[in-house]
Design a protein around this ligand. Sequence first.
Ligand code: CP
Ligand code: NVA
Length: 308
Amino acid sequence: MKKDFLAVADFTPEELNDFINLAIDLKKEYFQHGNQPLLKGKVLALIFSKPSLRTRISFEMGMRHLGGDALFISPNEIGLGKRESIADVARVLSGYVQGIMARVFEHQHVVELAKWADIPVINGLSDYNHPCQAMADILTIKEEFGTLPGLNVTYVGDGNNVAVSLMHVCAKLGVNFSIASPEDYDMPETAITVARTFAAESKASLHFYRDPHEAVKNANVIYTDTWTSMGQEEEAQKRERVFPPYQVNQALLKEAHANAIVMHCLPAHRGQEITDQVADGAQSRLFPQAHNRLHAQKAIVLRLMQDQ
Ligand code: CP
Ligand code: NVA
């Protein structure tokens, strides 16, 4: 298995299923018996170049549950690639801690960290992808429906980092994936090309739409995310003019399966990409999904750090 968790695309379907099953076991164990010191004495450094609620707290709590510790490093501190080169940061931290989680702007920065660190590096979101989110998402979907192959997941909105990882985990695990995004806001072509190879292996289908109404037909899961990701703030006004037809609201939800669930990685911009009625409605799984970040990531840190 890879030393680092930079992309779901780097793992085989068997490895991804192992992460999911381990997360299910760890979750059950935690609710039945509490903490388990499986990473006793191990420390994960958390480097953040952007803000976070879920990623920071779920990694911190996950390490505590496993008897280890986490060390938060704020955006103002190490100045990744500015105050000091990424290669030097990676080599210094490798002597202090047993793992690094990093949230960065440029995806290349986590790749560079992983290249130079002797210890595992976990991608906590980059401009290209958000693999820890995708693992919590697929865990949530499996818990809901019991099995993954053949389900239909539809993402509505910006073809962003969250969409890329979701598409890849679906394509790896035989889950049919559709996306409806406006022109000029498609996912990167390279991400689509690799997804096609995974989908061919797993027999998943991939569909790309402009019309959200067409895309949600037969959906078991409707997924959305912010129209403006961190780092794109200067485009916010333009995006707010383009994206309103892609709002996940009650009318759109009615066009999916009657038992469809709604997901969002959060933070949500209520009234923009999702309405209160849907976010707080009976079909919403927004909070179980956020809580599953904890359990999915405990499986990731355990597999990566247990031998460090
Ligand atoms: N979904 C997610 O990664 O949330 P945070 O930005 O709060 O970590
Ligand atoms: N696409 C969003 C996800 C936040 C968790 C962003 O990158 O800001």
